[in-house]
Ligand binder design. Structure first.
Ligand code: C2E
Ligand code: CA
Ligand code: CA
Length: 671
């Protein structure tokens, strides 16, 4: 448990991250902490202001101070006071907005003040952290590591050894990279540090490292190349200060005070709350999500320091343009607004950004944004769905190159809400057994008889109407419910094949499978159990896989093994939609496929396109030369049928043979 004073006294002081002058008062209105930015802006140190009641404000403009204060203490929302005149130590007066936010910490009430001048300042920020680090020098509080030019450790001080749990002997010769967690993200960080050093520059930033025994910890890192008089690099010196605890406190305080400590905006926790409050009160508003285009590319151009400045400058522009709106930091490079403003005004932000460009180190940073506007209650009705919809809009805009803010178009709107409804009702439908199966017949060319049927899922929902598999399957794959649907279809396929067998009808049943089902290591077991349950011979079951499935299976030996085992049991694998996607020939060699189905897009215009005929003819012969049966699907006319049979196609499927039918209709067809 921390008392707030201990917390504020502790090393870096949590709220010093906020790029605005900030101070904290207790419930009596006495200042108990004063940020570095505040020192810088007003010339006062904490000793000067400690205990004072609002030293900066002129009370007149804000009414009776004790009433204002009570109000502030009780209100959990941030309150903003505009046009406040503030006086600094040397008598200068400045006008600013002050945002005050009260919060409770360890049963006591506090108020956090953020001061914002609303102006675009000229850019001559001195690097505070760096100065501080240097001032502290190489004192004992730092962990020190020396690297040679290849990044191998040549020396490490006691502090580092203690923290990292390496022994002095063992650590020598270990690489810099070994001190980082072994994930691609962390390796990229280490690479970046090294790259900066090799360019002869300093790196400074916060990085996550790992001890020898696998515990992660956070440090503020300053890495610098040490050169001789002729500017030749001798070695690299790394100074590290551990900030793990600070990091944890920071995120905890962020949750309590709902302030994003990097920008001073409200945090996403608070955003979610405010949105829900607005929804409860049924207030109308636009929810706007704004994402900086190519943030990571931009970021690459700069170091960590300028990233913070960039975000800070961007935040200032948001605040200037969107006054009277609630502005939140949503993720690293995304911001969210709750606003009553009209679409055209919101879209004007793009123009505003070009008129007020961001300069860093005297260079214009070419920033553009993509944004999505979603309206409550017209478009979406919950926080999650507002976010989801705005994100979908942004994705679309980014695909088109970014640099625009758009509202959810009517058709998207329709699609999205239907998609969300499908998601919701699918679970219910599974529980209620609302799905059923239709069978699509396939005719053997040699015998002219129906020898197999393909099981297709059908869903008739009382609210949504007919939901086609084309709509249903992608959503089921996304939500994971495809496994449930797959199990249902598989069970029905085995059951029906067994019933037909017992009636003396020799029909194979094809089941469409998603790769997701085969990622389950128990797929073989599951299929064997179902075959046994219904007493269905394995050779009556066919499993159709798509090329997308094949592409993934190819690199996953456990999937191939499962397929091979099932094939040995007698199950037949069919490669569906053949020819639409990838370099398909490889799969035919690699996977235990016994049949391929030429996609219906090839069959469509086969009777009047000579080239297509040749292609299909080639596919048929290719299959046959590999001992793979070839089926044509989507055959709708007699001409198509006759042509394909003449070419030597082993089997034909499509409306010409029969539409998807109930099991009774299939039985009637066979008579
Ligand atoms: P698919 O596997 O290629 O299935 C054939 C689709 O083509 C079926 O559409 C069928 O009704 C349609 N079709 C058959 N003959 C003709 C024809 O002559 N002309 C035309 N225009 N269409 C024809 P459906 O039932 O809408 O299924 C669409 C897709 O949804 C299927 O394509 C399959 O990929 C997927 N699907 C269907 N049921 C399931 C299932 O139970 N599980 C999984 N994972 N996917 C399924
Ligand atoms: Ca199929
Ligand atoms: Ca197909």
């Amino acid at each position: 448990m921390y008392r707030i004073q201990e917390l504020l006294d502790s090393s870096g002081v949590i709220f010093n991250h906020i790029p605005y002058p900030t101070f904290l008062a207790d419930k009596e209105g006495q200042i108990i902490w004063w940020s570095r930015e505040a020192e810088k802006s007003f010339g006062y140190h904490l000793e000067d202001v400690q205990g004072e009641e609002f030293p900066l404000f002129s009370h007149k403009s804000q009414g009776n101070p004790s009433v204002v204060w009570e109000n502030l203490l009780r209100n959990i929302n941030p309150i903003r006071y505009d046009a406040i005149e503030l006086t600094s130590k040397n008598g200068d007066k400045k006008e600013a907005s002050v945002t005050a936010k009260s919060f409770t910490f360890e049963h006591e009430r506090y108020v956090l003040f953020l001061i914002d001048y609303n102006q675009i300042p000229n850019n001559e920020e001195t690097s505070f952290k760096e100065l501080q680090l240097l001032k502290k020098g190489l004192s004992e509080s730092f962990m020190l590591i020396y690297l040679d030019k290849e990044g191998l450790i040549t020396h490490a001080n006691e502090q580092f050894l203690q923290k990292s749990n390496w022994t002095p002997k063992r650590v020598i010769g270990k690489s810099f990279w070994q001190m980082f967690p072994n994930t691609s993200e962390h390796v990229a960080t280490a690479d970046k540090v090294m790259k900066v050093l090799q360019q002869g520059k300093n790196f400074q930033g916060t990085v996550e490292k790992i001890t020898k025994d696998g515990h992660n910890y956070w440090v503020d890192l300053l890495a610098m190349p040490i050169t001789d008089a002729d500017n030749n690099t001798l070695y690299y010196l790394l100074l590290e200060e551990e900030i793990t605890e600070k990091k944890l406190l920071q995120s905890r305080l962020e949750q309590i005070a709902y302030i994003d400590t990097e920008t001073g905006l409200i945090s996403r926790y608070r955003l979610e709350q405010i949105t829900s409050e607005y929804i409860n009160e049924q207030r109308h508003f636009s929810f706007v999500f704004i994402s900086i285009d190519q943030f990571y590319t931009l970021k690459e151009l700069f170091n960590d320091q300028t990233e913070a400045e960039l975000l800070n400058e961007f935040t200032k522009r948001l605040k200037m343009y969107f006054q009277d709106s609630i502005i939140a930091r949503a993720t690293r490079d995304e911001f969210a607004l709750i606003t009553p403003l009209s679409d055209w005004y919101i879209q004007g932000f793009i123009h505003f950004l070009t008129q007020n460009p961001i300069y860093l180190n005297n260079k214009v940073i070419p920033i553009t944004v993509s944004g999505g506007i979603t309206k409550y209650p017209e478009d979406q009705q919950s926080y999650l769905h507002l976010i989801k919809a705005s994100n979908a809009t942004i994705q679309k805009i980014k695909q088109q190159g970014g640099g625009a803010i758009a509202s959810l178009s009517q058709s998207d709107h329709h699609k999205l809400s239907r998609q969300i409804q499908i998601e919701k009702r699918m679970l219910e439908a599974l529980n209620k057994d609302d799905f059923h199966v239709m069978y699509l017949p396939q005719k053997n060319s040699a015998t002219g008889k129906i020898t197999s049927v393909e099981a297709l899922v059908r869903w008739e929902d009382e609210v949504l109407g007919t939901v086609s598999p084309e709509e249903l399957i992608p959503i089921a794959e996304e939500t994971g419910l495809i496994n449930e649907i797959g199990t249902f279809m598989l069970e029905k396929s085995c059951e029906q094949a067994a019933i037909w067998k017992s009636k003396g009808i020799p029909l194979k049943v094809s089941f469409n499978s998603s790769i997701r089902e085969f990622r389950d290591k128990n797929m073989v077991k599951k299929i064997r159990q179902l075959l046994e349950k219904y007493n269905c011979p394995a050779n009556l079951l066919q499993i159709e896989i798509t090329e997308k499935f094949a592409l993934e299976a190819e690199s996953d030996i456990t999937i191939i093994k499962q397929m091979q085992t099932l094939q040995q049991d007698g199950v037949v694998f069919v490669l569906d939609d053949f020819g639409v996607g990838y370099a398909s020939l490889r799969y035919l060699q690699l996977l235990p496929v016994e049949e391929l189905k030429i996609d219906r897009s090839f069959i469509n215009s086969i009777t009047h396109q000579g080239k297509l005929q040749k292609l299909v003819n080639g596919l048929i012969h290719l299959g046959q030369s590999l001992d793979i049966r070839v089926v044509a699907e989507g055959v709708e006319s007699k001409e198509q049928h006759d042509l394909l049979v003449q070419m030597g196609c082993d089997a034909i499927q499509g409306y010409y043979i029969g539409r998807p039918s109930s099991r009774e209709e299939i039985e009637a067809l066979l008579k």
